[in-house]
Write a protein that binds this ligand. Sequence first.
Ligand SMILES: NC(=O)c1ccc[n+]([C@@H]2O[C@H](COP(=O)([O-])OP(=O)(O)OC[C@H]3O[C@@H](n4cnc5c(N)ncnc54)[C@H](O)[C@@H]3O)[C@@H](O)[C@H]2O)c1
Length: 415
Amino acid sequence: MNFDIANPDLAEGGARRVAWAGRRMQVLETVRKRFRDEKPLDGHVIAACLHVTAETANLMLALRDGGAEPILCASNPLSTQDDVAAALVAEGIPVFAIRGEDDGTYYKHIHAVLDHAPAVTMDDGADLATILHTDRREIEVIGSTEETTTGVIRLRAMAADGTLRVPVVAVNDSATKHLFDNHYGTGQSTLDGIIRATNVLLAGQNLVVVGYGDCGRGVANRADGLGAKVIVVEVDPVRALDAAMSGYRVMTAVEAAEVGDIFVTVTGNKHVLRQEHFDRMKDGVILANSGHFDIEIDLASLHRAAKTRRPIRDNLEEFELEDGRRLLVAAEGRLVNLGAAEGHPADVMDMSFSNQALAAEYLITNEGKLEPKIYTLPPEIDQQVASIKLAHLGGGLETLTQVQIDYLSGWQEGT
Ligand SMILES: NC(=O)c1ccc[n+]([C@@H]2O[C@H](COP(=O)([O-])OP(=O)(O)OC[C@H]3O[C@@H](n4cnc5c(N)ncnc54)[C@H](O)[C@@H]3O)[C@@H](O)[C@H]2O)c1
């Protein structure tokens, strides 16, 4: 078996972490049990480009239980958990991922998984899908799945200009993905990453959240709960108003630059913090990004403007500017929750990855019937996933009476 990982000897510790995560992924376990009986993915190679975490390992095992041959590479050079990669290799699942790999190795690993001639690709950020539409057009797949907002945006752009040549399931668009993973998962794990990288107390700090979407709302809400004074920067007036009515101060990025102590970018956009903002920032501010790519903070400008740069702690680097101010960047400006912490907790990846497993099944069972466009999983799947998770949280679910069903479907009854 071909693979490329940091150290196979880490497998035992990795396996323990995979098992612990698996205990908190009850929906995925339900899917897995059915997969074991029905083998809906039988004989299909599934190439996944996902963060190599304990939760992803559980998805890989579920796919294998469904009869698939999963192969995994990383969707970010800094998010790989080397012990988990080793545990998967020990299970016989090929992994091509090393934490801290350079860009050349990152792309070599992407090509290595594609060399296995996958039937389905699974992305977090659309890197496999992009290569399938550029360098590796000879590979024919049944379809692809996409985990994150940024990937879905890239794939929709491909569909809009007629480039897309395969059906894609936008897993991010499932309610049981983005309403929970992006909000609660990114909310908690982003702060976890900042805390692990810096060990600062958030209480009393001006914490600026740039981007108040599904993820940004989660970050703002959790930071507020820890006593930070939250400031929101948005370009969408409706979202900015939502932030204002949630009790946060809303400012332009230039205004926020002057008062912020900690900055978190989570927009899916480019250079939302740049030189004009660095110029106004206070000495000692902390910059972190939780959006998909490491381009939200214009690090190239910061590198050019810095007189010196030096490591301060694991995953924290200081840039000293000509005027003596020091700006600190967490996790190289890459996803701070994965670079400096462990990513989303298993409890929430449970739903995201159940949707991923079901999306692979959807593509395989509908082979030949789907067009090259972006699909969302049927709403019944959201209902099922949510019902199972709710039951595990001990929640009861009310049901409509016949009188209520008739009322909601009629129009005659009024004042
Ligand atoms: N860290 C993680 O583990 C994780 C998890 C899920 C999603 N993501 C990524 O986080 C990013 C955001 O995802 P989302 O689901 O919240 O997206 P979203 O589209 O719901 O929200 C993004 C928000 O950013 C705003 N925005 C865009 N440009 C801006 C600018 N220049 N200044 C201020 N605001 C701006 C948009 O108006 C929007 O409200 C994406 O890149 C996504 O892929 C990361």
